[in-house]
Unconditional design. Sequence first.
Length: 76
Amino acid sequence: MVVNGQEAGRGTGADVLGHPHNALAWLANHLAAEGRGFHAGQLVLTGSLVKTIWLSAGDHVRMELQGLGNVEVTFT
């Protein structure tokens, strides 16, 4: 993650319980133990690869995702 031209964080899928699928399995098992589960169309976020950074108006952020590409946004 690059914020305003400076690297602000770096991580890999393994940083999320060893693999993002492990985080998803943990959540599914936790919900099942409570008699609940996922519903069609639900969006599930498995965790962040970088620490939380609070942004301000005017900040420009670029995420570089190996194998997926890049995404950029400027907050106004």
